[in-house]
Design a protein around this ligand. Structure first.
Ligand code: BG6
Length: 424
């Protein structure tokens, strides 16, 4: 660390000033020479997204986006989500950036994809022969993808008031989890082959029935409540939030994929802040047995099998199934077979951001969004966001929920899931 820290430089400047950007370019050239770095550069924009295009232009105008031939002296630009505000602004942003950067210089980061357990979805699905034959509409009844948080908006009101949960979590993280759960097997583990398959999933998303939003979308906003026994304020009481804000902090959505594999299988996507527990998981619910030979002797339903991919904080994979309860009476019990990522593993584990930044340095964009994916995701989300933001009944669409609960009761009703929470 001592050696490394000695090499850290700090340079101040305004990100909208050409003069300052020229000064930065001069400083970088001097550092290149002093340390013989070969001119490799990574620009990480930890700025409001609204200034991405301006910074991109200045980097271009000062020659900082230019690369030397043969992979020496590369220049990479890391962009945080949200990538613009909607489809039109995403296209406009890209138009500006592509004037100076090639697609392989752009790293649109989505730290969710770099989580170990999320990366592992592809290994689980495509490095095992026994699951994939069942991974389709013939055996799967429904898929739920849930990212519940206990944190509130905290100090990020300025950003969150523009974004809301649909732009903050759904257009990116949740749609990535959906694509990895639903995609076809890529022909090889290659950045473009994998991302091609993801884009196909986004393109198969059935457009939302905008005339019947209530059947497939519930939006909520947290009110006061308790998290871990501590009182917490409601969203509109958070610092920097408009006291009459109608920004959703919770959404539950039912979506369908129009393709052979998934026709008719609902995907429930759920995410919210200030919920009861921090948990992200993907629940694959299989169909009921086609015929129950126990129907005369058992009073209760036979619970369907569930495969649960625990993303965080529990990093596990569970499969639930039925066995006989020991004893003379015929009775079934659900049990679970469980795999825990960390058990029996003692090697190093990379945090999602460590992995993402390492991949930027290595120039491997597999875990990053490609522009066609960004556009397909916005194309799906835009009409939903518009219908919610521009509708006359915006306030009535937003259901209040108490902090520390599982969201608005309307969401539980929409899920229509008698087995919700029966994960053994
Ligand atoms: C960020 C969102 O991208 O992801 C936050 O902007 C959210 O609102 C966070 O809290 C969740 O990430 P993690 O890794 O903490 O689950």
């Amino acid at each position: 660390w001592e050696d490394f820290a000695g090499l850290i430089e700090y340079h101040t400047g305004s990100y909208d000033s050409l003069t300052d950007m020229r000064r930065l370019a001069g400083r970088l050239r001097a550092l290149d020479e002093a340390h013989q770095t070969g001119g490799n550069r990574i620009f990480y924009l930890a700025t409001p997204p609204s200034v991405y295009s301006h910074i991109g232009e200045l980097l271009g105008a000062t020659g900082l986006a230019a690369e030397k031939p043969h992979g020496r002296g590369w220049s990479r630009l890391v962009l945080e989500k949200p990538f613009a505000h909607d489809l039109a602004s995403a296209i406009a942003l890209n138009r500006v950036l592509e004037a100076h950067f090639k697609e392989d210089q752009l790293f649109r980061i989505d730290h969710y994809v770099a989580k170990e357990t999320v990366q592992s979805i592809l290994m689980f699905r495509f490095a095992n022969a026994i699951f994939e034959p069942l991974w389709n509409r013939r055996y799967i009844d429904r898929v739920s993808i849930m990212a519940a948080e206990t944190v509130g908006v905290e100090h990020r009101a300025g950003y969150y008031e523009q974004a809301g949960v649909l732009r903050d979590m759904f257009q990116n993280h949740i749609l990535q989890l959906l694509s990895m759960s639903a995609m076809e097997p890529p022909s090889c583990f290659d950045q473009d082959r994998v991302r091609d398959e993801k884009v196909k999933v986004f393109r198969s998303l059935r457009p939302f029935p905008l005339d019947n939003l209530d059947d497939c979308l519930v939006l909520g906003q947290y009110g006061r409540g308790e998290i871990s026994g501590q009182p917490v304020p409601g969203y509109v009481e958070e610092p920097g939030v408009d006291p009459v804000s109608q920004i959703p902090t919770f959404a539950a959505m039912k979506v369908y994929l129009d393709n052979w594999r998934w026709e008719g299988v609902p995907f429930y996507l759920i995410s919210g802040k200030r919920l009861s527990t921090r948990v992200t998981k993907i629940i694959i619910r299989f169909k009921h047995v086609p015929h129950s030979m126990f129907r005369h002797v058992l009073s209760e339903d036979i619970l369907p099998n569930q495969l649960i991919l625990g993303i965080q904080p529990e990093e596990t994979i569970h499969l639930t199934f039925q066995t006989k309860t020991p004893g003379a009476r015929l009775c079934l019990r659900s049990v679970r077979m469980e795999f825990d990522y960390s058990r029996h593993y003692t090697g190093p584990v990379l945090d999602a951001y460590e992995k993402a930044l390492l991949d930027v340095m290595l120039g491997d964009p597999l875990l990053f969004w490609r522009q066609d994916g960004v556009e397909a995701a916005w194309a799906f989300m835009d009409p939903i966001i518009d219908a919610c933001e521009k509708c006359s009944n915006r306030a009535s669409r937003l259901k209040p929920y108490q902090s520390g609960t599982w969201g608005p009761p309307e969401a539980i009703r929409m899920l229509q899931d008698p087995y919700w929470g029966t994960e053994v």
